[in-house]
Design a protein. Sequence first.
Lengths: 120, 107
Amino acid sequence: QVQLQESGPGLVKPSQTLSLTCTVSGVSMSSGGDYWTWIRQHPGKGLEWIGSSYYTGSTFYSPSLKSRVSISVDTSQNQFSLKLSSVIAADTAVYYCARGRAAAGNFDYWGQGTLVTVSS
Amino acid sequence: DIQMTQSPSSLSASLGDRVTITCRASQGINTYLNWYQQRPGKAPQLLIYAASSLQSGVPSRFSGSGSGTQFTLTINSLQPEDFVTYFCQQSYSTPYTFGQGTKLEIK
């Protein structure tokens, strides 16, 4: 059974860097065919794709966040990470990690989500 | 970016009803359209992928159709657990984008 679990601070100060890690179990991230993804949801709002990475390290990001975001993969730990720099209050959201299927582009397994609040 | 517009934003229905939710893309996306269900406080769950393929483990009362710019999610014989929020998502091109959601409420 594929499982994903987010971890990281729930509170980040403005202008600092938000850092989250997603631990994947039940599947090897380097098995191919998947891309490892971060998605966020502002309180009471819709879903926003942040970016994705293949296990090779090839990444693609949302243009609206590209200048501030970095996603990296550690296949030895079966984890991938998100870094979002220079955060502001508008970055307050629930952050989800998810597995994307390369063929259809859907997200079939998700973490439970973690709320990150940007506040001083 | 491809804009995804769902309608309606909210929908009232009764147990046992059949409902249809529509998703329109701002440009053609072939059948690169996925549907998710989200319960309050939980992560979205994949229902339908590639416009009409039922994800493993999803009840057969859920079905999807469409191609190009117009898509529908149909739920037959509504059950109590179906009264939650639904999102569409295009996977035709990055940035992947979602519809704003449809909240299904019990009448």
